[in-house]
Design a protein around this ligand. Structure first.
Ligand SMILES: NC(=O)c1ccc[n+]([C@@H]2O[C@H](COP(=O)([O-])OP(=O)(O)OC[C@H]3O[C@@H](n4cnc5c(N)ncnc54)[C@H](O)[C@@H]3O)[C@@H](O)[C@H]2O)c1
Length: 666
């Protein structure tokens, strides 16, 4: 096995294909010494005889793009997740991961494919194209008694392990606490030693925006049930949902709102994103005229028919218009990329998208000031709509944190700082946490590695068979989701499906699929999940925002989940810093499991799948979350003799309150 990138000659420089989105210049402050290190670091991948030619080219990339991507090493043409048999490899996992990586970089799927960004403004598969080539080289050679180690996109090497060990262990952007902040991260990324993996970008498990359509659909439906008093068997017909963002993940909002029956207006400043969603049928109408958008929405509400409208313009302008014209909004959110608010994720009101890109490159301080001013107007408009009866929720994009960082303290629950959360709930705090995560329902997913749509149809049908829709309303929602998934044209990229399931639901489906592979009914399958799940992510502003025992600032759960999945033999395991909310604000992890039809895989699934989810439910139960306690008690009953989850005793609130008061009096 070669331990350097095989390179007989330098690949030709190629032009960038017209019409493919490009990442803005990335920020970082590098000293002269840092720049020298950055250059030497990138040249580590390249034989010395090419250094003279490449050094100035890499330096130019660092100066103009803020990072060294090694563009000329990108393979020619379109990359896409091809059927697994098109890939070379010595083990099935080595081939399967290549499908997943290429899908994450597909022009049709990725946000900035040339910069290896899959979604979420900065979420990358790895840092540069040299790493991509080297990872691929190792995956072709990897055997089923070895493990490939990836640190922030860099393939550190292949080490001997055993058949039941993970084939790939990867981490992204993990930083020592003292340095765990955006400025230090940007410096490290510019020097080529840190990768922002987001969640499934660096974890190689992205399945296009379908992943988030299901989550958004669940969130909107349950927000309607909990906050608008809609009965459990009804949808959002006649209601108006307003939000911003039609990008990688946010692009799901229109589609999810339509599936949930609502009328929706989604603001988007970048026309190219609107075009993509319109062509896909994920928004049904487009206009840059506010009166037209509102008239369309009101018509749909009156008729009780679903309709997703893209407003080409800034969300702040949209909100001002709604306020001035007294339009009632039922549900309001935001999905601009506020986790990277000063890196281009949020476009300030008053300037166009093109001006935002120019200002970002030419005057970062002025850009920052414009973002802060815009966020202040944005939150003032939300406050006004809230006063008029709108339910606003933070949609996990660090919007409220960004508003706080812009200097608005009034949104803090304690009026001072973010420690006790914000006056508006995160969608996990109010909705997804108690209704789904506390039961273990989370974004389970699979990819049919054969690339055949008929395999996906068969797995959809098998998954439906595994669900009892009469058990709970969540099961009914999930059953309906998978029943209608094909009709809703969810596939972008590989033949993949997302399906929210609880721990034992996931196991049941996983075992059924592995049996189908064994019987030759379908080709091999890659199982996985979004990191945004019950047990995979510690994130006080998002996934763990409904943990109220003080442990929401701890990252033990995500780390244990990662280690436990490794111990049980998942094929790929990932642990990242940042995710959807930004550097230092979360630790998150995920897995990939290749179903090859073997009994060995059955055994791994039987222990790893329950652990992956129930570790999270157990922690939520220990935090005294009611639904999680109920779920763990049932799990303990059903798994006596093998598993046992610690259950908390519940202290009486009045007793605790009186005791503390008395003590403080002394
Ligand atoms: N809730 C979840 O489950 C979840 C999941 C994934 C991502 N996220 C978070 O949601 C955010 C969006 O993710 P994404 O992948 O869609 O990112 P993205 O960058 O692809 O899309 C954001 C979109 O917002 C648009 N935008 C920015 N400012 C705007 C403004 N003022 N008015 C109108 N449009 C504006 C941008 O042009 C862009 O198209 C990220 O912060 C991400 O971390 C949340």
């Amino acid at each position: 096995m070669d331990c350097v990138l095989k390179l007989d000659r330098l690949p030709e420089k190629k032009p960038f294909q017209e019409g493919i989105r490009r990442a803005p210049r990335r920020d970082s402050v590098l000293s002269e010494h840092d720049m020298e290190i950055a250059l030497k670091n990138a040249l580590r991948y390249i034989p010395e005889r090419f250094h003279e030619e490449l050094a100035p080219e890499f330096m130019e990339e660092l100066k103009t793009r803020g990072r060294i991507y090694g563009y000329r090493f990108r393979p020619e043409g379109r990359l896409w997740g091809k059927p697994i048999d098109c890939y070379e490899g010595k083990c099935i996992e080595g081939k399967a991961f290549q499908v997943m990586i290429d899908n994450n970089l597909d022009f049709e799927v990725a946000l900035y494919p040339y910069e290896l960004v899959t979604y979420g403004e900065t979420g990358q598969v790895c840092q540069n194209w040299m790493q991509y080539l080297l990872i691929k080289q190792y995956l072709r050679e990897l055997t089923n008694t070895q493990t490939l180690v990836i640190e922030s996109g860099h393939p550190l090497g292949v080490f001997r392990s055993h058949e039941n060990a993970p084939r790939v262990i990867l981490t992204n952007g993990l930083m020592v606490g003292l340095f765990d902040k955006p400025e230090e991260f940007n410096r490290a990324a510019a020097m080529g030693v840190a990768n922002y993996g987001q969640m499934t970008a660096g974890g190689w498990m992205y399945i296009g925006p379908q992943g988030i359509v299901h989550g958004t659909f669940n969130t909107l439906l349950n927000a309607g049930r909990l906050k608008l008093g809609i009965p459990k068997d009804k949808d959002l017909a006649g209601r108006l949902f307003v939000s911003a963002g039609l990008g990688g993940m946010s692009g799901a909002q229109g589609k999810a709102a339509e599936i949930a029956g609502a009328a929706a207006i989604i603001a988007e400043v970048d026309y190219s994103r609107i075009e993509t969603r319109y062509k896909q049928g994920w928004v049904s109408r487009v206009s840059d005229d506010l009166a037209t958008c509102v008239a369309w929405a009101q018509e749909a509400q009156k008729a009780g028919t679903p309709l997703a409208i893209a407003y080409h313009g800034n969300v702040v302008d949209l909100l001002h218009y709604l306020i001035q014209n007294n339009i009632h909004v039922d549900l309001l959110s935001d999905q601009t990329s506020c986790h990277a608010v000063y890196e281009g994720g949020y476009c300030p009101v008053g300037i166009s998208f093109a001006e935002r890109t120019r200002l970002l490159a030419e005057d970062h301080e002025a850009f920052k000031a414009a973002v802060d001013a815009s966020l202040k107007q944005h939150i003032a408009a939300i406050d006004e709509l809230h006063r008029r009866g709108t339910y606003f929720f933070d949609y996990g994009n660090s919007f409220l944190k960004a508003v706080y960082d812009a200097g608005v303290k009034s949104i803090c629950r304690n009026g001072e700082n973010e420690k006790d959360g914000f006056v508006y709930p995160s969608y996990v705090e109010d909705i997804l946490g108690p209704q789904l995560f506390d039961y273990g329902y989370g974004p389970f997913r699979w990819v049919c590695l054969s690339g055949k749509p008929e395999d996906l149809d068969k797995t959809d049908a098998a998954a439906m068979d595994c669900i009892d829709p009469t058990r709970r309303y969540q099961d009914r929602d999930n059953w309906v989701w998978v029943r209608d998934a094909k009709k809703n044209r969810m596939v972008v990229g590989t033949q993949a499906r997302i399906l929210y399931q609880d721990a034992m639901g996931r196991l049941k489906i996983a075992l059924r699929f592995n049996e189908m592979v064994r019987n030759g009914e379908i080709g091999p399958v890659m199982l996985g999940r979004d990191h945004h799940d019950t047990g995979g992510t510690d994130s006080p502003f998002r996934e763990t925002s409904n943990i109220k025992d003080g442990s929401n600032i701890m990252a033990d759960m995500a780390t244990q989940c990662f280690a436990g999945n490794a111990a049980r033999g998942m094929s790929l395991i990932a642990l990242h810093n940042g995710g959807g909310v930004g550097v230092g604000k979360s630790i998150n992890g995920g897995f990939g499991m290749v179903l090859d039809g073997s009994e060995r895989v059955d055994r791994i699934l039987s222990s790893a799948m329950p652990w992956d989810t129930m570790g999270g439910v157990a922690r939520r139960a220990w935090a005294r979350n009611e639904n999680a306690i109920e779920t763990c008690l049932a799990y303990n009953r059903d798994n006596e003799g093998t598993d046992c989850i610690t259950i908390p005793h519940l202290a009486d609130d009045a007793l605790v309150h009186a005791t503390v008061l008395n003590a403080l009096k002394d």
